[in-house]
Design a protein around this ligand. Structure first.
Ligand code: PRP
Ligand code: URA
Length: 207
């Protein structure tokens, strides 16, 4: 079963609380989402393999390290796009693919409207990002598309996960670990996470 890791850190808890707050405005919401993503990437990349490289300091030659495999980041549009900057702060040369999915408000089923992924997915460490894992439909579909294009070593990073979505995702992609900042209580009748943070896309883009 794909492991769920809730990344627990005092700064993550404090920033997530601000993000949940209905009085947090759009500008701060974006900023917090970007910062939280950067903190979480720091944690989820802990096991990324390194290779040794030589480096010339101003004084002498020594050995150091660089990431051994390319990193590909795949935000799910729209809300995932704001997380891209948070990842790129720490891994500036990551390639970025995009998958556009919206959730039908009545059926809650995901609809794919855009897909553009880099070619080197098989050799890459792939991180799929979306702030919300609610019913799980969008994340399941996005990871399916990544695998279809050759992605093998995939991680899913979200901020808030619902137990229902975690179950669905783990059944569909048992080999893909999930990282979240919080596991919330449940979904409401409209598929929104409780307590959650509302509609992430709307809060980010003012729609
Ligand atoms: C939100 C969110 C996820 C999806 C999660 O996107 O950003 O992509 O819902 O729900 P699920 O787990 O039930 O599939 P939304 O469909 O609202 O699109 P948007 O980002 O364009 O607003
Ligand atoms: N999408 C969101 O943006 N928020 C939720 O709570 C569920 C799905």
């Amino acid at each position: 079963m794909g492991r769920l890791t809730v990344i627990d850190h005092p700064l993550i808890r404090a920033k997530l609380t601000k993000l949940r707050d209905r009085s947090t405005d759009r500008l701060l919401f974006r900023q917090l989402l970007e910062e939280l993503t950067a903190f979480m990437v720091y944690e989820i990349t802990r096991d990324f393999p390194l290779r040794e490289v030589e480096v010339e300091t101003p004084l002498e030659r020594t050995s150091g390290h660089e990431l051994a495999r390319p990193v590909v980041l795949v935000p799910i549009l729209r809300a995932g796009i704001i997380m891209t900057e948070g990842v790129l702060r720490l891994i500036p040369n990551a390639r970025v693919g995009h998958i556009g999915i919206y959730r039908d408000p009545v059926t809650l089923k995901p609809h794919v409207y855009y897909k553009k992924l880099p070619k080197n997915l098989r050799e890459a460490l792939v991180i799929v990002v979306d702030p919300m894992l609610a019913t799980g439909g969008s994340a399941v579909e996005a990871v399916r598309l990544v695998k279809e294009e050759g992605g093998e070593d995939v991680r899913f990073l979200c901020l808030v996960a619902a137990p229902e979505g975690v179950r669905v995702f783990q059944e569909a992609h048992p080999g893909v670990p999930i990282y979240a900042a919080a596991l919330d209580r449940e979904l409401n009748d409209h598929g929104y996470i409780l307590p959650g943070l509302g509609d992430a896309g709307d809060r980010l883009f003012g729609t």
